[in-house]
Write a new protein. Structure first.
Length: 258
């Protein structure tokens, strides 16, 4: 059995299928980790969701910020943005089962010391703590009050994790770390404005992977296409998987076996 990890699909269904064919992926024997942002930007968001759901238990998927955006639009009274390519999902006859499937996905996937999260995890978080915090969000997503949670999800505050956070502030901060993080301060404060390469770091901030950890974790993340798969200055074992397929760049696959 082989496990393959694929970066942000962003609705690039043709490329997704081509990669699976190239790998001779067999869902009866192989496993596939998807690093989130299955949808938006590319032309085949609906097809990407259908394909991932069709593969069943062979797929482990984490939620990205664009996946949350879809859920907020569909079930949290959010609004589409100008560049969104989500209409086909919202109009699809199988919309509800697809959204149900997406809403059941987690914020991290872990095997031993290897953990995958869409944007990464704070260096102050152990793997066990990251998993536990992610499960708090999963519980909210799967509850009967999930619509209210999604309606209040988006926002930039609080921008620094503290164990004493409660309620919506706590859940919002967890989601922002897992799905939006790029640059952080030494104290773990998140910056949401800088979205380009390392040269765009605000004063006093650095990429989250340039801070040391107290364990030997191997972290897999997407989200940051401007890195083009590179993590210079990393002080931890890390792989960047979003290489910008939706923008005509390399396909975004991490073809090595995990």
């Amino acid at each position: 059995m082989s496990t393959y990890v694929i970066g942000d699909l962003h609705g690039c269904h043709a490329e997704f299928v081509a990669l699976l064919d190239k790998l001779a992926f067999n869902p009866a024997h192989d496993r596939l980790w998807l690093v989130g942002d299955l949808v938006n930007r590319g032309p085949g968001s609906l097809e990407c969701l259908r394909e991932a759901r069709r593969l069943g238990s062979a797929v482990s998927c984490v939620l990205g910020n664009h996946d949350f955006h879809l859920l907020v639009v569909a079930r949290g009274n959010g609004k589409l943005r100008k560049k969104d390519t989500l209409e086909a999902i919202l109009d699809a006859p199988d919309r509800e089962p697809l959204l149900d499937w997406l809403q059941q996905q987690s914020l991290s996937v872990r095997k031993d010391a290897t953990l995958m999260a869409h944007a990464g995890i704070l260096p102050q978080w152990s793997l066990a703590k990251a998993e536990a915090l992610g499960k708090e969000v999963q519980t909210a997503l799967r509850s009967e009050h999930s619509g209210a949670f999604l309606a209040e999800l988006f926002g930039d505050q609080p921008d620094r994790w503290q164990d004493g956070l409660k309620g919506t502030d706590r859940l919002r901060c967890i989601v922002n770390v897992f799905t939006r993080m790029r640059f952080i301060s030494p104290q773990g404060r998140l910056d949401f404005a800088a979205k380009q390469g390392l040269e765009s770091a605000p004063e006093g901030y650095a990429p989250w992977f340039q801070y040391p950890r107290e364990d030997n974790a191997h972290l897999l993340f997407g989200h940051w296409a401007a890195l083009e798969g590179r993590t210079p200055g990393a002080r931890i074992q890390v792989d960047a998987l979003d290489t910008g397929c939706a923008w005509g760049k390399p396909d975004g696959i991490e073809p090595g076996k995990r």
